[in-house]
Design a protein around this ligand. Structure first.
Ligand code: SF4
Length: 395
């Protein structure tokens, strides 16, 4: 099997007791795999007793640590883990030893990345200052046969993903324009996938070039000038997007506080003219730091786009890029106001960290979002395109 990772993957090292928001206090379930569970059960002495008293077993037989106010009971006051400190890293369960790494299997490839719910991983992802690339190496793991994996189709999706990484690198374009091109391309791909036209899909991807980018942007701009998006209100549109995020199960209090603050600041207290003024002031302030958004979007693309190999839903992955961008942008702006019109790289890291822990680390929460994409009108491709364009014009 081969391993494919983003270029920054091996830069990650846990900063343990220097971490401000240790993963052992995330409030999420900390599952224990069978092998580790058996080892903990066989441990003798006081430590074995302590570990066993910290474990619960669910009705369907899964073992996990019994959280105490969202905290792992084995987390020491020093910020270190009792198992790690007294037994060594090799006796951590799979979930604990792997976090914040995540993996997906695609035929002979295992893809791994580092997730933004860890502040150190978020720092590495957002601070990356080179073109996004993937690094491959041999892995000592057997390829598992998977009847649902279609190599030919997967290769097209990987090629499309490479195009998307490149679109995001186009620094001469606004981030909104890059997203608009990705949305348009994904929409065309989805039509072909829905018609089982894999030849057409292959032709679309293999011929995609700069002229497609230019055509897309010219055509959206023409639609904008022809008044196609006149019935859309940006603040009402983004408010409707946020409803889907508010429907998620709340995993941390900071998220609940921050999203309420966003709704109040930008969707209750401001007029649309004031919103546009704030928007253009904020983008003027951070225009030199657009790579933070670029890095963030490339992270989402790497982590989610290739899932379309199995669920055949390319368009939702692109919609998620757009909606995450709008929500994070407003969380950023709210922090900028709270910090007295100042917004540092560290502030961006804080926002991403809260967002990721809430949205990415619960499958149910991700499903809430994908379901909203199907049922709520605001998530139709043309509406998202309109919101991107109106927002881009206002900055
Ligand atoms: S959140 Fe990241 S840096 Fe912090 S303890 Fe967990 S793995 Fe280490």
């Amino acid at each position: 099997m081969r391993l494919r990772v983003p270029f920054y993957y091996n830069d990650f090292h846990c900063i343990t007791d220097r971490c401000n928001d240790n993963c052992c206090v995330g409030g999420w379930e900390i599952d224990i795999d069978e092998e580790t569970y058996d080892y903990y059960m066989s441990l003798e002495g006081e430590l074995g007793e302590t570990i066993r008293n910290s474990i619960v077993t669910s009705e369907d037989g899964e073992h996990m640590f019994k959280l105490n106010n969202g905290h792992c009971p084995l987390l020491l006051d020093s910020g270190l883990c009792k198992v790690h400190a007294e037994l060594g890293e090799e006796h951590l369960g799979v979930v604990c030893s792997q976090f914040p790494r995540y993996s997906e299997y695609f035929g002979e490839y295992k893809e791994s990345g580092i997730g933004l719910a860890c502040e150190e991983a978020a720092r590495i992802v957002l601070s990356a200052n080179e073109k996004f690339s993937l690094v491959e190496s041999e892995l000592d793991e057997e390829v598992v046969e998977d009847s649902e994996f279609d190599k030919e189709y997967a290769d097209i999706i990987f090629a499309a993903r490479d195009i998307i990484f490149k679109i995001l690198e186009k620094k001469e374009l606004l981030i909104h324009e890059r997203l608009a091109c990705i949305l348009e391309l994904s929409d065309k791909m989805q039509d072909l996938i829905n018609e089982d036209d894999y030849e057409g899909l292959n032709a679309l991807i293999s011929s995609y070039d700069q002229s497609d980018v230019e055509t897309t942007l010219m055509s959206i701009n023409r639609e904008y000038e022809d008044g196609r998006f006149d019935s859309l209100s940006e603040t009402e549109g983004i408010r409707s997007i946020i409803y889907a995020y508010e429907d998620m199960e709340v995993l941390n209090e900071e998220w609940e506080r921050d999203i309420k603050d966003v709704v109040f600041k930008f969707h209750e207290a401001l007029t649309i003219e004031e919103y546009y003024t704030y928007n253009s002031r904020f983008f003027a302030l951070i225009q030199e730091r657009m790579d933070e958004y670029k890095n963030l979007l490339q992270y989402f693309v790497f982590r989610y786009f290739a899932k379309a190999i199995y669920d055949h839903d390319v368009l939702s992955k692109a919609k998620m890029l757009v909606t995450n961008f709008f929500v994070i942008k407003e969380m950023d702006m709210a922090k900028w106001i709270d910090k007295g019109w100042n917004f540092t790289h560290e502030d961006q890291l804080d926002v991403i960290h809260v967002f990721s822990r809430q949205v990415e680390y619960s499958e149910e929460n991700m499903e809430v979002l994908y379901e909203a994409f199907i049922f709520d009108e605001i998530f139709e491709k043309d509406n998202l395109m309109g919101l991107l364009w109106i927002d881009s014009v206002s900055i």
